[in-house]
Design a protein around this ligand. Structure first.
Ligand code: SF4
Length: 500
């Protein structure tokens, strides 16, 4: 059964694409509680903390499907002069239902306050707020002020509990929203039409699918595209995509040889057409400083939106884990690792354990991206007494990513240079598919944050998550080993071919 009313999320979906709105109504995402550590979960938590700024406020806790009861309750609370604020206040106008995060009673009326877990007010937030203001106004309660409440990244947690007044920044967005209010009625008819039609709107997937959010229906909309769809070509400008579309060219393999492409794009096109990988003739020279013997290093870090430790800021990056593989000249491997326990700021123990593990080494320290260097520089800034040994580590870093990006391309990379795409392509059989609990950096970050915040406290769960973290990070440095070995083998096989 479909429901033909508009809400904030449907309106935002419709602004992105009418097809998305249509699909969202007919194939709604499940309404299971958000996974811990995901943006949706963070949004819920920050939203509940924002209510602490309005003591005495009352929550309208009727579920979304109980909108009528929620509006009745909101109206009753608005009539009660003892209620200073209403959370999740419900309004309806015609076929539009909205819930307002915070409605604040003021001497001159009601203030509409939207809570965001972001660190600033974004353009698309204003569209969302404009719909709420439109409905409130039409329902007879024009807000006297419109504000956004977002996370203040300048806030530094003190030794005690979070100071929520300082944690949030209040921004008056009345003028910005007013400028958008006139647009709302003009946008609604097309959305209403999309709500009632039984025919899926025809919208080709394109750049709008990731702006402002990645659309959940991407796989569905892109299902009929070829595997080498021109959309996948890295750094292809929209104007070039438009030119190809005008010529009816959908696949990279169909791009004519005379179509202007950047060098790497030409390499990709050629590799797809021939099925043969590209290997730069000077790969041996490029790999010269990488060993082996060599060390392979990877970090995991978290960015807790609500600071967990004194002296840290919202969303500050805090490295908590490293993995280090060391390969001898004969190819044998040793492994070391560190994983903080989360009870205190992990950075100092992280830095000291890494310094100890790498003390005295003169080997290149292979990384994959500039991420490790960025984190080490932040540690230097925070721990001046450790700057010398950390600077020594930084001087030994050897980044394999630019080598892969510039000197090698296999069709199996699938248009990505990420270690998770490159390692299985260069080393068949290697992969991450067997990792059950944690298989990417975001999941690792969320898992550690769960442990550190106490959200996961059951000892068995903590042990399971910690083991999954250790397994995942170790796999990432092993992936670097595999990529490096494969690149060395490519050099050796091309040398052999030259000898013959
Ligand atoms: S993937 Fe793109 S075209 Fe498809 S529904 Fe989403 S925004 Fe629209």
């Amino acid at each position: 059964m479909t429901t033909t009313y508009l809400t904030k999320s449907r309106y935002m979906a419709g602004l992105q694409c009418l097809r998305r709105l249509w699909l969202q109504v007919r194939e709604p995402p499940d309404d299971a509680p958000p996974t811990p550590g995901t943006p949706a979960d963070i949004g819920v938590e920050i939203g509940s903390k924002a209510r602490l700024l309005f003591p005495g406020g009352v929550l309208v806790d009727e579920a979304p499907r109980e909108h009528e009861q929620a509006t009745t309750r909101t109206a009753a609370l608005m009539r009660d002069p003892n209620v200073p604020a209403i959370f999740e206040a419900a309004f309806v106008h015609g076929d539009i239902r909205v819930r307002v995060d915070i409605l604040e009673r003021r001497p001159d009326g009601w203030g509409l306050i939207e809570v965001k877990s972001s660190t600033s007010v974004k353009e698309h937030h204003l569209d969302d707020i404009a719909l709420q203001a439109h409905v409130m106004r039409a329902a007879g309660t024009a807000p006297c002020a419109i504000e956004a409440l977002h996370v203040n990244t300048a806030y530094v947690r003190g030794p005690d509990a979070i100071d929520w007044q300082q944690f949030f920044t209040r921004v008056d967005v009345t003028e910005d929203v007013e400028m958008r209010l006139a647009d709302v009625p003009t946008l609604l008819p097309a959305m209403r039409a999309a709500l009632v039609t039984t025919t899926e709107p025809t919208v080709e997937p394109g750049p709008h699918c990731s702006t402002p959010y990645d659309c959940a229906f991407w796989d569905r909309c892109a299902a009929d595209k070829p595997g080498d769809w021109v959309h996948h070509m890295p750094r292809l400008k929209q104007a070039q995509k438009d030119q190809l579309a005008e010529r009816g060219i959908v696949a990279i393999s169909d791009i004519p040889a005379d179509f202007p492409l950047a060098w790497k794009q030409g390499v990709i096109r050629e590799a797809i057409i021939t099925g043969r990988p590209y290997v730069a003739p000077d790969l041996a020279r490029l790999l010269h400083r990488f060993g082996p013997p060599a060390c392979y290093l990877d970090f995991e870090a978290m960015m807790p939106p609500i600071p967990l430790y004194a002296g840290t800021r919202p969303y500050q990056t805090l490295p908590f884990q490293w993995s280090l593989h060391v390969m001898d000249a004969d190819g044998s491997l040793a492994h070391e690792e560190f994983l903080a326990d989360g009870t205190e700021d992990p950075r100092r123990a992280f830095a000291k354990s890494l310094i100890a593990a790498l003390a005295g080494t003169s080997l290149p320290i292979v990384v994959y991206s500039a991420y490790e260097q960025t984190q080490l520089r932040a540690l230097v800034a925070h721990f001046p007494d450790l700057s010398e040994p950390i600077e020594a580590i930084i001087r030994s870093l050897a980044d394999l990513l630019p080598i892969v990006r510039g000197a090698v391309y296999f069709p199996e990379f699938g248009f990505s240079n990420s270690i998770k795409a490159v390692a299985p392509a260069l080393s068949p059989g290697f992969g991450y598919d067997d990792l059950e609990h944690i298989a990417d950096g975001a999941a690792a970050s969320a898992a550690f944050a769960q442990i550190a915040s106490g959200a996961t406290a059951d000892p068995a769960d903590v042990t399971r998550l910690r083991q999954a973290l250790l397994t995942y990070c170790k796999r990432d440095t092993l992936a670097m080993v595999e990529v490096h070995r494969a690149l060395v083998a490519l050099v050796q096989s091309s040398n052999l071919r030259e000898c013959h």
